[in-house]
Write a protein that binds this ligand. Sequence first.
Ligand code: URA
Length: 244
Amino acid sequence: MKPSVNEVNNIRLQVFLSRSGVCSRRNAMDIIQSKRVSVNGQIVSEPSTPINPEKDSICVDKKLIKSKQYDYILLNKPDGYTTTSKDPFAEKTVFDLLPKESKGLNPVGRLDKETEGLLLFTNDGDLAYKLTHPKFNIDKVYKVTIIGQLKPETRSSLEKGIVLEGKKTATCKIFDIRISTNQTTLFIKIHEGRKRQVRLMFGKMKHFVRYLKREEQGPLKLGSLKLGKWRRLTPQELRSLRAL
Ligand code: URA
């Protein structure tokens, strides 16, 4: 049977191989181009050949490659939970809040122990890479409460980029600002993912971050998911992620 082109579940052969854990994306290209891969019994040398993982049988060096089952869980992380599965000294970890079957999943990026909000877990390494590698410029939106009143010139400096640890931050957007007597609540949209970036950015401008919550990551939104609860991604969310 020839690989089918027009079906919704189709992915590129190169992506299938890297997602199955056979090799990295780059290696997949080499393996395919050196004619070691067959689709339904026919050698294929074009990495972008569309295949359907549920229907087509893919072999590398005549060995059948099973398609991996992917899982995608979204957590609304509360304050006080560490984003780790390994730290034996962490009092509470995000995995304490997730179902047993989440054991083989990895968090996509990290949130500080005190940060709340959207944290995705998956075993889809390809997608995790797309969501976290700076070259893909994936937006993240945070709700932030800082001590003190945010001045227009501070906002403007942050939006244009400031030097943090010797490197200028990329441009960002600050919006929905609410200023009260001794604090300011705002939303910030950034597309970098440097460690403790939001806290460091405001810290540099002499504003201590009192509260931080990730509301959005790329096309994903927390919506009405309650603090400490998790849910699986919807088919619509998965489609948007795959279209990135
Ligand atoms: N920026 C931070 O400072 N902390 C987080 O947890 C996420 C973004």
